[in-house]
Each structure stands twice: as C-alpha cells, then as structure tokens.
Design a protein around this ligand. Structure first.
Ligand SMILES: C[S@@+](CC[C@H](N)C(=O)[O-])C[C@H]1O[C@@H](n2cnc3c(N)ncnc32)[C@H](O)[C@@H]1O
Length: 168
C-alpha cells in the first residue's frame, strides 16, 4: 500500500502535463511511485542509498519504473529539466527554494510540505533549523502563483505547505 500525501492526489489531476516529475528527498519513494503510476517520468533524489533501494523494490512491486538519483542536496544543484511537477515532503533545505522555482516548467506545479515551528512543541528534540517559520513559504515562492497555502498561522498545525504554479 502506498503512503501518499493527500496533496498529491488532490493536485495531480488532468490539468497537469504528464511529463517529468521530480521528488526531492524522496526517502523510500512512495510519492515517486504514485507519480509514475499517474503517468509521469519520475526522478527520485535522496542521499540515502538504503532509502532508494527500498524505493526501487517498491517501484518493482507496483510495476512502474522510476529513476533513482543518490545525491547530497546540501551540495548538489537540482537537475535541470523543466519539471512539470516538483514535490518535496518532510525535508527542509532553504538553499533549494530558488532552484525549485527555477527548474519548474512554465505551468508546472510545486508541492512542498514540511514541519513548521509549532512542531517543536510536540517534538522538542527536533532541530529548530529544520522547521519553517510562519509566513516563510509565501515569501520564499513569490515568483510562483500560489494555489494553496498553509503557512504556520495556526498554532495547532505543525506542518506548513504550499502548492504553487509557475506562470507561463
Ligand atoms: C523524513 S524523510 C522524508 C522522505 C519522503 N519525502 C517522505 O515524505 O516519506 C527525509 C529524507 O530526506 C533525506 N535527506 C536528508 N538530508 C539529505 C541531503 N542532504 N541530501 C539528500 N537527501 C537528504 C533523507 O535521506 C530522508 O529520506
């Protein structure tokens, strides 16, 4: 059974070109496999060979092909490709914000969702470096057209997300 964030199911619909999709910090590649099932050519990026190996097995089990790319996102640049979809779940690396917007195809969709500062109440040992501040997503992706935004205004919500489209 795939564990897929509801945002993917909600926004990957017939309005999105079935071309190339990039899953950033893909982990065990559940989102990648889901996107491949929806008809995308998917590249999954992660620094963990073990995670990607599980992703390979998952893709095989589900009968789809995905491209796996092991790289350290602290040092690498995102592969250029004019991606129709870029997704990133539960991973925060601020140096990638501008790159994400730049490598998105015109009309392409970014789906980004990760922990925000309210998470520290629930999980005090979580590193403050890896949580979003209120309002941070909106200001980071000003060059995109926001479709849906939850940006840390609600103290009960420990996750922030943005769904945004690159203008044509
Ligand atoms: C919490 S997991 C999220 C995985 C997946 N996106 C999901 O939601 O299931 C965070 C992922 O970020 C990856 N990661 C952490 N630091 C990284 C780095 N510097 N470069 C690439 N991947 C990294 C980890 O290997 C891990 O798979």
């Amino acid at each position: 059974m795939l564990r897929v964030d509801p945002l993917l199911a909600r926004y990957i619909d017939t309005r999105v070109d079935r071309s190339r999709a990039l899953d950033i910090a893909a982990g065990t590649c559940h989102a990648s496999v889901y996107l491949a099932q929806q008809g995308f050519q998917v590249t999954a990026l992660d620094c963990s060979a073990a995670g990607l190996a599980l992703g390979r097995r998952l893709a095989k089990r589900e009968g789809v092909a995905i491209q796996l790319c092991e790289l350290d996102l602290d040092n690498a640049v995102l592969p250029k490709g004019l991606w129709a979809v870029i997704c990133c779940f539960r991973y925060l690396n601020r140096r990638l914000f501008v790159q994400m917007a730049k490598v998105l195809a015109p009309g392409g969709i970014l789906i980004f969702k990760t922990f925000n500062v309210h998470h520290l109440v629930k999980a005090p040992s979580f590193s403050p470096e890896y949580v979003l501040q209120p309002g941070e997503l909106a200001s980071a992706f000003l060059m995109l057209d926001t479709i849906e935004l939850a940006d840390g205004d609600d103290p009960q919500e420990n996750i922030s997300w943005i769904v945004a489209r690159r203008p044509h």
